[in-house]
Write a protein that binds this ligand. Structure first.
Ligand code: ASP
Length: 465
C-alpha cells in the first residue's frame, strides 16, 4: 500500500494544521519541537483521516511514535526532511540448484508488518516476497518459495488456522522441500508451535517458526536476524522438529531454537522474549551454524514421509485458578458445553476446596479434567498433600510438566482426533509425543543457557563459540 503525499499537511486538520502552518512545517519534516512537556526531535508523520485534530505525531529516533498536543507546542523548528518509503520492492528470488529448497509460509504478525504512517499502527502488509526484498541474504542460504496463508496478528490465530497451517506444512514436506519456515506473530507463536508439534508428526525436515518483536522499519528490529537464522536452521540445520527461532540473549549475538512444546513468550517487549521452560533450548544458531545444546533431538531424514493429523475440538478451555475462585465458574464451563478443562493450579497442582463439588460435577458430566501448573517450571505432584490426593479422586488427571497452553492445545487436538473415545484421549494426554512432558527438568534450568544474565553470557561465549 502506498500513500500519495500530494497534500503537505496530509491528514492534519484544525488546530494541528494551524500550528504546522504557523511554523512552516509539513509532514515528513524532521522537527525539533519545543513544548511545555519538553524538547522532542523526530519525523512528523502523516495522520490518519479518522484520528483527532489535537495531536501531531512524531516518530522519534528510537523508533517510537509520540503524540504532541497542539496546545503544548511552543516552537517547531525544521531540521530536515525525510520522506519515508512505503514499499519494499518484491524481488524475484534467484535460484541456485546447489542450494536446499525452503518453503516460507506467511501467517502475519510483526515480522510481516510495517508501520502504517497514516495511523501510526503496525499493520500486516509485507508479502513474503517483499520480505525477501528486504533481506537479500536469504538467497545465499537457500532457494526460497513463499506463500502467504494469512495476514493476521497472532492474537487472531485460531484452531481453524492451525488446521490449514498443519496441512500446508505437510504438503510442503511431501512436495520435497528441505525445510519449512513459518512467519508468525510472536504473541501466540507458542500455541501454534504446540499445535504443529502434535498435528505434524515425525517430520523428516525442520519446521522453524519465526517472528519479530520489533517491526523492520525500526533500527532495533530483530526481523532480519531472526529470518536469516530461521531460514538457515530450516535449510541446512540437522534438527527435524517444530522449533521456534528467536533472539537468544538480549543482544544480537545468536538465536536459540526452542522445542515447539516447551517454549513460551515471557516478555511483552524485549527481543529475547522466547524462553524454553522445563528444559534447555535445543540448539543455537549463529553465522551459518546450528550448534545443538541438547543431546536428544530428531535428526533430519532424506525421505519425505510425514503424518498430518489436523483436527481440533474448540470446546476446550483453561481455568487459571486464583484464590477465591467460585465453583460457578467451573459449572458455567460445563453448562456451556466445554468438553475439556485444563486447570492451571497453584504450587504442585492445587485448587481450593470450594470448587471440589464443581469438579466432581464436571467429571460426572464426562468433561476431561487435567492439572497443570501456574509455576511453569516443575512437575504436578498431587500425592504430596492430602488436598492433591482429594483432587485426584475427583477425576483430575495430572500432566507432569506440560505447560498449561500446551496442554490446552494438546487436549483440543486429542479431542478432535478422538471425539468419541475418552480412553484414547486420556492415553494421548498422558503420553509424551513431542517433548511436552519430560522425565526431569534441569535443576537450575530456569537460569542457565537462557542468555541475558552476564555470567551466563560469559559461560555461553566460552563454551559455544
Ligand atoms: N501482536 C503481534 C502478533 O503476535 C506481535 C508480534 O508479532 O510480535 O502478531
Amino acid at each position: 500500500m502506498s500513500v500519495a503525499v500530494k497534500d503537505p499537511y496530509q491528514g492534519y486538520r484544525g488546530p494541528c494544521r494551524e500550528v504546522m502552518e504557523r511554523f512552516g512545517i509539513t509532514v515528513w519534516c524532521e522537527v525539533r519541537a519545543k513544548t511545555t512537556q519538553g524538547l522532542f526531535e523526530g519525523l512528523l508523520l502523516p495522520r490518519s483521516e479518522t484520528s483527532d485534530e489535537l495531536h501531531l505525531v512524531l516518530k522519534l529516533g528510537v523508533g517510537y511514535n509520540i503524540g504532541i498536543r497542539h496546545d503544548t507546542v511552543l516552537e517547531l523548528e525544521k531540521i530536515g526532511y525525510r520522506e519515508a518509503r512505503y514499499q519494499i520492492p518484491e524481488r524475484e528470488f534467484p535460484t541456485d540448484p546447489a542450494h536446499p529448497n525452503v518453503k516460507l509460509l506467511g501467517t502475519g504478525g510483526t515480522i510481516a508488518s510495517r508501520l502504517d504512517y497514516r495511523t501510526g499502527a503496525v499493520i500486516p502488509a509485507f508479502s513474503p516476497g517483499e520480505l525477501y526484498g528486504s533481506v537479500p541474504e536469504l538467497a545465499e542460504i537457500c532457494n526460497l518459495e513463499t506463500e502467504k496463508l494469512f495476514g493476521v496478528f497472532s492474537e487472531n490465530m485460531s484452531p481453524e488456522h492451525y488446521l490449514i497451517l498443519a496441512e500446508k506444512t505437510g504438503e510442503a514436506i511431501r512436495e520435497g522441500y528441505d525445510g519449512v519456515v513459518i512467519g508468525h506473530g510472536t504473541d501466540t507463536m507458542h500455541h501454534t508451535a504446540a499445535a504443529l508439534s502434535f498435528m505434524v508428526q515425525n517430520p523428516p525436515v525442520p519446521i522453524i517458526m519465526v517472528g519479530s518483536q520489533r517491526s523492520s522499519d525500526r533500527p532495533s528490529s530483530d526481523a532480519a536476524q531472526n529470518l536469516i537464522n530461521a531460514t538457515w536452521a530450516a535449510a541446512r540445520g540437522p534438527i527435524a522438529e517444530v522449533l521456534v527461532c528467536m533472539f537468544g540473549p538480549t543482544s544480537d549475538l545468536y538465536n536459540l531454537l526452542h522445542r515447539g512444546t516447551r517454549v513460551r513468550k515471557m516478555h511483552s517487549s524485549v527481543r529475547s522474549t522466547f524462553r524454553t521452560l522445563g528444559d534447555i533450548p535445543v540448539a543455537m544458531v549463529e553465522k551459518g551454524k546450528v550448534t545443538p545444546i541438547k543431546d536428544d533431538w530428531r535428526p533430519r531424514r532424506d525421505d519425505r514421509e510425514v503424518t498430518v493429523q489436523a483436527a481440533f475440538e474448540e470446546k476446550v478451555t483453561i481455568a487459571y485458578y486464583y484464590p477465591g475462585m467460585q465453583p460457578d465458574v467451573i459449572d458455567a464451563m460445563v453448562e456451556k458445553g466445554y468438553k475439556g478443562i485444563i486447570i492451571a493450579g497453584t504450587g504442585l497442582g492445587h485448587v481450593n476446596r470450594l470448587i471440589y463439588p464443581a469438579l466432581a460435577r464436571a467429571n460426572a458430566a464426562g468433561v476431561h479434567l487435567y492439572m497443570t501448573l501456574q509455576t511453569l517450571w516443575g512437575f504436578v505432584q498431587m500425592q504430596v498433600y492430602e488436598t492433591g490426593r482429594e483432587i485426584l479422586e475427583l477425576g483430575v488427571v495430572p500432566l507432569a510438566n506440560m505447560l498449561p497452553e500446551v496442554a490446552y492445545i494438546k487436549l483440543g487436538w486429542a479431542l478432535g482426533v478422538h471425539p468419541d473415545d475418552p480412553e484414547a484421549v486420556r492415553t494421548l494426554m498422558t503420553t509424551s509425543m513431542a517433548g511436552e512432558m519430560t522425565e526431569r527438568e534441569p535443576h537450575d534450568g530456569y537460569l542457565i543457557l537462557q542468555g541475558g544474565i552476564p555470567e551466563v553470557q560469559a559461560f555461553l561465549e566460552k563454551v559455544w563459540r
